[in-house]
Design a protein around this ligand. Structure first.
Ligand code: RI2
Length: 315
């Protein structure tokens, strides 16, 4: 199995998971793959990267960080490669672009922590869902500032990523309580702020995140608890401005029930969407690496950072 197949399988089977982590793993795989390419023309080299990129993008459909990261390194490479003469310089340029993306995306998580921690007050009770590096960065950064915080972690059925968060926070000395997903409303009156990550941010400021997030947002709104999202700017999907929808991944029913149970209950249909959509009106703010934005301002941020140009839509 080559590096592309291994990374594809690891992402699909969620051995590598989390929107930021899968983006970095895919870019790293592309970088390693580029070293193995034995082609003599720029066009062939670029085409091979594009094909490999499309293959990796198809490993999981929802997290926009994955196609955005791949498009970012390949489109920058296509711009730069026009000036380059030989194979070694193509490889070196592509390697630099990949490493640059990986470094920037790790720094972004750090910066989100620094910025987001300012919004956490001493004595706050927080709630987080699933396992988001960006959300945990905010919580841990507040904890390092000696803010006295308590955190509820949902277990996050069916894959239980909430246990990873609870364990990580607790190992870092944070006061953590693990709860089942359906207990969120029971505890919400005690919660000052919810803080979650995102797999995608749409042009109208909605976020796509782990299944259950939108129910938590609903409970937070009812209880007047703040609902904060921590996400790197490369999770914004400009394509949604033109009407494209984020595809919600439907995962195997065997993540929920055993084969044995299903064989005894053949008429039961099982549905397992991995993500849901939280509309902008349920979100107080989105914390990014460059600052805190109201959800409705997200396209302006994207335009500013990535030079997004509105284009003419062809029929
Ligand atoms: P970071 C995860 O998806 C969760 O939905 C999490 O909230 C989101 O990615 C963002 O995670 P999954 O891969 O990029 O567990 O902030 O399905 O780490």
């Amino acid at each position: 199995m080559n590096v592309l197949e291994k990374t594809f399988n690891d992402i699909r089977q969620m051995k590598i998971r989390g929107a930021g982590r899968i983006a970095r793993a895919a870019v790293k795989a592309l970088e390693e793959y580029s070293l193995t390419l034995n082609v003599s023309s720029r066009e062939e080299f670029t085409k091979s990267l594009e094909n490999a990129g499309e293959y990796l993008k198809s490993s999981r459909p929802t997290a926009v960080s994955l196609p955005n990261a791949i498009n970012y390194v390949i489109s920058n490479f296509k711009r730069e490669v026009l000036m380059l003469e030989n194979r070694n310089t193509w490889i070196e340029t592509f390697r630099r672009l990949c490493e640059d993306f990986i470094e920037k995306s790790i720094n972004a998580i750090e910066k989100i922590g620094v910025i987001g921690a300012k919004r956490i007050r001493d004595g706050d009770v927080l709630l987080t869902h699933c396992n988001s590096e960006a959300a945990l960065s905010v919580i841990l950064s507040a904890h390092r500032l000696n803010k006295n915080i308590k955190v509820y972690c949902t277990e996050t059925r069916p894959k239980f990523q909430g246990l990873i968060s609870a364990s990580m926070l607790s190992k870092n000395g944070v006061d953590v309580t693990l709860i089942v997903d359906s207990a969120v409303r029971y505890f919400m009156n005690k919660v000052d702020q919810v803080i979650v990550g995102a797999d995608a941010i749409t042009a109208n400021g909605a976020i796509v995140n782990k299944i259950g997030t939108s129910l938590i947002a609903l409970a937070a709104k009812e209880a007047r608890s703040r609902f904060m999202v921590a996400a790197e700017s490369y999770k914004i999907s400009p394509q949604t401005f033109y009407g494209d929808l984020i595809i919600i991944e439907e995962r195997s029913k065997y993540e929920i029930v055993s084969k044995d149970w299903l064989s005894r209950n053949k008429n039961v249909r099982v549905s397992n969407p991995a993500f849901d959509i939280t509309p902008a009106e349920y979100i107080d703010a989105i914390i990014t690496e460059v600052g805190i934005f109201p959800p409705q301002g997200i396209l302006i941020l994207y335009k500013e950072m990535y030079g997004f140009q509105f284009k003419d839509v062809q029929g």
